[in-house]
Design a binder for this molecule. Structure first.
Ligand code: AMP
Length: 407
């Protein structure tokens, strides 16, 4: 034990739990490539203003959750609480025009009240589809995330969908909503009362006030023609792809820059407090809010911690072959065999500590390797696999193992 623990709300991710992480990250890389998204890497910190403008000064994230400090040069710096503002800042910096499809994975930082699935350092997987305002882009993003989650084997995922309008129709709706809420002000929770003036849309997702909000006017009833057409296009596209969704008129999302499409993936196996696996939406106003030319965009972010929680304990081994040496004198042979297998892409391990045969077998067990190769002073290797033993000449080992693994 060291004298230190990780800071409150942060975690060390180690084997064996990290093997699930690794699988999730690897599949994310592959899946975003399959959909045509290139990799984007942006700084873990930005000028504080990027988030104040890009996430929105009224948002809870900016008001209460940012890790902000002054650096040695006197600049106000913030650890990124989310990925989109930084990615759009990078897009604008690179010229801010044309279509760009970008994918990222990495840590985000928010000063939260920590609990399971709600951390101060957490990790997101995200894509941003920039430069296209058509519903087809929304459909692609929503479908990509949905299929990613279901392919992982996460169990039932419910897709919730809404439209929150744009600068044309939202102000009118907010007026109607505010009037409705003002009439019921006394019955509202203190939190909602405080939000009423600054951010009435956020009152809609208050759990405490759910009964009172059941009959509240909804944005979709007040969409302008263009937003309504867009929303219909998104729903039709998802229907065509066979992606089932539930319309949720109270889904608003926490960040201020969204326009039109808003969506969320709910893991039905998780506790209600942390069952949002991810979500996203369209943010056609963001580029301008960051001081660039207007540029449409739509994206999503998924929470790795939540995904790993939903996947649960998984008996995934990280090693295919474990080499056991019957005699410390044979270390050179073991090393060469391991190198040969590894060059063939076979996940191979052995015990470099020259411990007893018994201890090596224990390590082999722990590694969950399906194939154990015992190296002795016989010319042939003694392979243990599926409760059987096989004598295999060393020069045939790679062939034997790869055939076996791909059966
Ligand atoms: P957001 O950026 O708030 O829209 O969050 C997108 C997703 O990131 C959520 O659905 C969660 O899966 C995950 N997430 C957000 N905040 C946290 C947090 N503090 N700890 C763990 N996961 C989080």
């Amino acid at each position: 034990m060291s004298a230190f623990r990780p800071p409150k709300g942060t975690d060390d991710i180690l084997p064996p739990q990290s093997s699930t992480w690794r699988r999730v990250l690897r599949e994310w890389d592959e899946w975003s490539e399959v959909y045509g998204y290139g990799l984007v890497v942006t700084p873990l910190f930005e000028a504080t203003e990027v988030f104040e403008r890009g996430v929105g000064g009224e948002s809870e994230v900016v008001q209460k959750q940012m890790y902000t400090f002054t650096d040695r040069g006197g600049r106000s710096i913030t650890l990124r609480p989310e990925g989109t503002a930084g990615v759009v800042r990078a897009y604008l910096d690179a010229g801010g025009s044309g279509v760009m499809k970008l994918s990222y994975a990495g840590p985000m930082f928010r000063y939260e009240q920590p609990q399971a699935g709600r951390r101060r350092q957490f990790h997101q997987l995200g894509i941003e589809y920039l430069g296209v305002g058509e519903p087809l882009a929304d459909v692609e993003v929503v479908e990509m995330g949905y299929r990613f989650l279901t392919r992982l084997g996460i169990g039932e995922v419910e897709l919730r969908l809404n439209s929150i309008g744009d600068a044309t129709c939202r102000p009118g709706y907010l007026q109607v909503l505010r009037e409705y809420l003002e009439e019921r002000r006394e019955a509202l929770s203190p939190d909602s009362r405080a939000r009423l003036a600054s951010n009435p849309l956020r009152v809609l997702d208050s759990r405490d006030d759910a009964p009172l909000l059941a009959d509240a006017p909804s944005m979709v009833q007040h969409l302008c023609a263009a937003c309504s057409q867009h929303y219909t296009g998104v729903k039709e596209g998802l229907d065509q792809l066979g992606v089932a969704f539930v319309e949720d008129p109270r889904l608003v999302r926490g960040l201020d820059y969204y326009t039109r499409t808003a969506f969320e993936y709910i893991g039905t196996s998780l506790d209600a407090a942390q069952n949002a696996l991810g979500g996203g939406g369209r943010y056609d106003g963001l580029a301008e809010a960051l001081g660039g030319k207007p540029a449409p965009g739509v994206g999503l972010a998924l929470g790795v911690e939540r995904i790993v929680l939903a996947l649960g304990e998984q008996a995934v081994g990280e090693v295919d072959v474990y080499l056991v040496s019957e005699d410390p004198q044979l270390a050179g042979r073991v090393l060469k065999l391991a190198a040969r297998l590894r060059q063939a892409g076979v996940r191979t391990d052995f015990d470099a500590a020259r411990r007893s045969v018994k201890a090596q077998f224990r390590s082999a067990d722990r590694s969950r390797a399906p194939i154990v190769v015992v190296v002795g002073d016989r010319p042939e290797l003694d392979i243990r696999c599926d409760g059987e033993r096989h004598a295999v000449p060393p020069e045939e080992i790679t062939q034997w193992v790869t055939t076996r693994l791909h059966r």
